[in-house]
Design a binder for this molecule. Structure first.
Ligand SMILES: C[S@@+](CC[C@H](N)C(=O)[O-])C[C@H]1O[C@@H](n2cnc3c(N)ncnc32)[C@H](O)[C@@H]1O
Length: 847
């Protein structure tokens, strides 16, 4: 059984107030550690994804080979129509890239951060550190919730929620392959680009939902994702979805659900693809939901809704019973203006029909009027025991076609309870509005609006995701959103105690989501038996029905799963999570951008990769191949340099630099240039250590992300590379009463200027830093967020989150950390995220 445990490490009394909840029986598989990363992901494993559950036979109607079974679901191509599109394939190779865990927000770190926020909040004289990650928390503790416990959810085996930067196809394959999550995901919420236009699908800056021309994304992965979607227009869009849906199907539990959000442009096509992948018989619902309240004004009839397509992995069991996990969702019933509720009863028992004015405005009803409606007494199917004529108030009422829904004794009881009322020639049942305060949710959802608390240009209203999640999952279940955006699904999951995984190709999206998740304060709910997976205590309401009254039964109760009992003594922050990256570039990119037409039969892909990058760097470089880590050598009258090229699908590691230095030295070359798309955070440290030995000079060179992107071709090769510029960080040692502590201050950050194509240092307060993170005790491998600072100035959500007026100045980025002790590794790492979502990390020794 899972347990509720208390963190009691700190001597401070306040630490007792930090509670963690545990999920049970959930094991977390380990991903491989990184060392040398192979240069091209093609060297890694590829799996073949079958994407044909019988549809290809539809092309050969009349020629079906007997006994040939569909591979995925029982789809009968003779009966079930299938959608064909250009480039539709029945299998494809998917690269199997391990997920690299490069940042962890661990349980103990959260506990420490909570404790700090509490201490800071308790310090009456202190200035609130609103620029800090747990600004909301600190402020809550300071202003109104100081006596509250601070909780977070976690589980026994160290499960951490996952925020993955990378393409969903490779991310899902990796979840299946390395993380062993096949059949483990209970619900998937997918909100792919609607296939409308590029700018509406991606956001360019972390701090603004506007997409300005000058900020156009230069991220090859974003561009690739866009191109993937569009190269054959809607045809490749359908292929994109089809591939991902086949993989998603493998991830889902047998009782799991998938929701795909889409607009009316392509809902008909996407439903066809879902029918193909999941089987039309597993279709559960098409839910139109209102996405805006103000029409923009279109020539014809304006569409105010988007759509959710809901499929179960297996809607019905072999025994014919409902198999997909489902809990009805109830909405408060507002009967004002509802034409069925057109009657009212006065305390003296007199009954009246409302006037049209009263119907739409209940304030016009007399005081103490009790609103009711008349309901048919006829059951939906024939009921022989109900086929009798009933005498009521001196008049005979013949039975309706299917009979009365209750036998004569039941009718007598209803009559005694004054629940019957004639309406013309039939008898009806009286249902009071105050006895049905909640009504079961149906489709369409006309009560929804556009995204709340907007942080991302194409954001879903969290109410939409919440309904889907609460209908189909329990606390502790795992949910996935392969199109993270602003992190709506992850935040909803965190709010409702579900475990989550989300991914996005866009670094901007990942950073918007990360900041939101890490800084949000959630409500805490009472659990049934101390564990999240035991479920919450929910508000229950009685349901008086015709049958409960007629049969003199206790009314049944409904559980309002969106109304758990709040724990008034607690507030909550996000539980442990990890930030992961996939190889950022796939073989497909490489083929597309480098192996150009006419080069068939040319050098092997790997050689080609090395050659292209090296020659872009130094036109006359002599290519050495991939046997060692010096991939090319460039010799001119004044210089001789060794060139080492970083992997296409990962970061340049310290080991690569070290080994490349050894290779260079062994051939007598004293200058090494390492070209990389991304670098491990400790490379600055390795560089200075190796250089300190006095022999070799090392240059770390960033390959600009748009180097290989068509349409963004830079004209001069030297503009494709820029020195790796690390954030400028100062360390201050503080000695007080014999104790030594440290603060780190962020002075500046290097920003790649898209116009000049150069790298400029900007000061920390210049508005270019979206966030910075400090690992107080960096182990040289995995970054751990001890302290985190955000530029909240432009975050519009803050006022809404805190539900109080805020002075925006208070929320300016804090550039100096809180003091912290020197710990075991005696070194820190500082990671800076700029407003374009670029990350850079610097490592500093403390002694
Ligand atoms: C419509 S938005 C999702 C918005 C999200 N529902 C929210 O509430 O913020 C679609 C997202 O999918 C991402 N995306 C597009 N192609 C992708 C791919 N191949 N893999 C992962 N994410 C992708 C985009 O970067 C974008 O953030």
């Amino acid at each position: 059984m899972a347990k509720k445990t208390s963190k009691a490490k700190s001597p401070k009394a306040v630490s007792k107030k930090i509670t963690r909840y545990t999920y049970e029986n959930i094991k977390e598989p380990r991903t491989p550690e990184t060392g040398h990363t192979s240069l091209l992901p093609s060297d890694e494993q590829v799996v073949t994804l079958p994407m044909d559950n019988g549809w290809s036979k539809a092309l050969k109607l009349g020629q079906i080979v007997e006994n040939e079974r569909p591979v995925v679901v029982d789809m009968d191509p003779v009966v079930d129509p299938v959608l064909m599109w250009a480039g539709k394939r029945n299998k494809r190779d998917v690269p199997v890239l391990p997920l690299q865990r490069n940042e962890v927000v661990s349980e103990s770190r959260i506990a420490q951060i909570i404790e700090r926020a509490r201490n800071a909040a308790a310090d009456e004289s202190g200035v609130a550190r609103q620029g800090h990650l747990y600004a909301d928390l600190e402020k809550s503790l300071r202003e109104s919730e100081r006596t509250k416990r601070v909780e977070f959810y976690t589980h026994d085996e160290g499960w951490k929620n996952k925020l993955i930067c990378g393409d969903s196809l490779a991310a899902i394959e990796s979840l299946l392959h390395y993380e062993q999550l096949r059949g483990k995901v209970q619900m998937v919420f997918m909100d792919p680009p609607y296939a409308i236009k590029y700018d509406s699908n991606f956001q360019q800056r972390v701090d603004s939902i506007r997409n300005d021309e000058q900020d156009k994304a230069d991220d090859i992965v974003t561009i690739k994702a866009f191109r993937d979607t569009w190269s054959l227009g809607v045809h490749s869009y359908l292929s994109h979805l089809q591939e991902r849906l086949y993989l998603i199907r493998d991830l889902l539990t047998e009782t799991g659900s998938v929701f795909v959000q889409i607009s009316d442009d392509n809902v008909h096509l996407v439903r066809n693809v879902l029918d193909e992948v999941f089987g039309a018989s597993n279709f559960i619902s098409l839910i139109p939901f209102r996405k805006k309240t103000m029409p923009f004004g279109t020539t014809f009839l304006e569409q105010m809704a988007d759509f959710l397509l809901w499929y179960g992995k297996r809607k019905v069991s072999d025994q014919g019973t409902a198999n997909t996990k489902f809990y009805p969702f109830f909405l408060p019933q507002d009967v004002e203006g509802e034409f069925h509720y057109s009657w009212y009863e006065m305390p003296d028992g007199t009954r009246h029909r409302m006037t049209p004015e009263q119907l739409s405005n209940h304030a016009l009803l007399p005081p103490k009027a009790r609103v009711y409606r008349l309901k048919s007494l006829e059951p939906s199917g024939p009921m022989d025991s109900g086929k009798f004529t009933y005498a009521f108030e001196g008049k005979d009422y013949p039975p309706p076609k299917n009979g009365y829904g209750t036998p004569p004794a039941g009718m007598d009881r209803l009559s005694d309870l004054k629940r019957l009322q004639p309406e013309g020639n039939r008898l009806t049942f009286i249902m009071y509005a105050d006895e049905s305060l909640f009504t079961r949710l149906t489709a369409p959802w006309i009560d929804t609006v556009g995204a709340d608390d907007k942080r991302y240009v194409v954001q879903t209203n969290s109410e939409i995701v919440k309904r889907c999640m609460l209908m189909t999952t329990d606390p502790g279940d795992l949910v996935l959103d392969p199109t993270c955006g602003a992190g709506t699904t992850a935040a909803v999951a965190e709010a409702w105690g579900r475990r989550w995984i989300t991914c996005d190709t866009s670094r901007v999206a990942i950073n918007v989501a990360r900041r939101y998740l890490l800084s949000k304060v959630f409500k805490a709910y009472k659990t049934r038996s101390g564990t999240v997976s035991s479920g919450f205590e929910y508000r229950r309401v009685k349901r008086i029905t015709l049958s409960s009254l007629a049969n003199n039964l206790e009314p049944s109760e409904i559980e309002l799963r969106d109304k758990p009992t709040e724990d008034a003594n607690s507030i909550r922050v996000a539980g442990p999570m990890e930030l992961m990256t996939l190889g950022r570039y796939s073989v497909e990119d490489w083929k597309g951008y480098v192996v150009r037409e006419g080069e068939a039969g040319g050098p092997a892909k790997l050689e080609n990769y090395i050659e292209v990058i090296s020659r872009l760097y130094r036109k006359d470089a002599a290519i050495q191949g991939a046997t060692g880590l010096v991939h090319a050598v460039f010799e001119a009258s004044t210089e001789k340099i060794a060139i080492s090229v970083g992997p296409l699908s990962g970061r340049v590691t310290a080991k690569q630099i070290n080994d490349a230095v050894q290779d260079a030295l062994s051939t007598g070359i004293l200058e090494l240039h390492v070209l990389g798309w991304a670098f491990e955070s400790n490379v600055g440290e390795i560089k200075s250590q190796l250089e300190k030995r006095g022999k070799v000079k090392i240059h770390l060179i960033m390959i600009r992300p748009d180097t290989l992107a068509e349409g963004l071709k830079a004209t001069q090769p030297e503009m494709l590379f820029s020195p790796l510029a690390l954030p400028d960080v100062d360390i201050t040692l503080i000695k007080k009463n014999g104790d030594q502590s440290v603060t780190a201050s962020l002075r500046g950050v290097a920003i790649f200027d898209r116009k000049t194509r150069g790298t400029d240092y900007k000061s920390a307060g210049s508005g270019y830093v979206a966030a910075w993170y400090l690992d107080e005790d960096y182990d040289g491998d995995c970054f751990v967020d001890y302290q985190m600072f955000f530029d909240f100035k432009k975050a519009p959500n803050l006022k809404a989150t805190l539900k109080m007026d805020v002075d925006p100045e208070e929320f300016k980025l804090q550039t100096t950390s809180q003091p912290f002790p020197i710990r075991g590794y005696k070194r820190i790492a500082v990671k800076v995220v700029d407003i374009y979502g670029n990350e850079s990390t610097v490592v500093k020794d403390l002694v």
